[in-house]
Design a protein around this ligand. Sequence first.
Ligand SMILES: [Zn+2]
Length: 68
Amino acid sequence: MSDRIIGPDSVSAPIPVREILPWIIFGLVMMLAIYFVGAEEGATSIIKGMYVHEWVHDSRHLLGFPCH
Ligand SMILES: [Zn+2]
């Protein structure tokens, strides 16, 4: 039996960075994907021209982002 007393004062171990790092990366990639699908057009575009917009155009309408 353990001699550690677990009670209201005990502090649970924090989530190790190794376990949450893949989820942080996944979240950032998904946010980037949503940006490119939803806002990569006109004044908010990073890449010049309509290449990205045309490439994700169907996804854009599928997700309900307005465009034309
Ligand atoms: Zn459109």
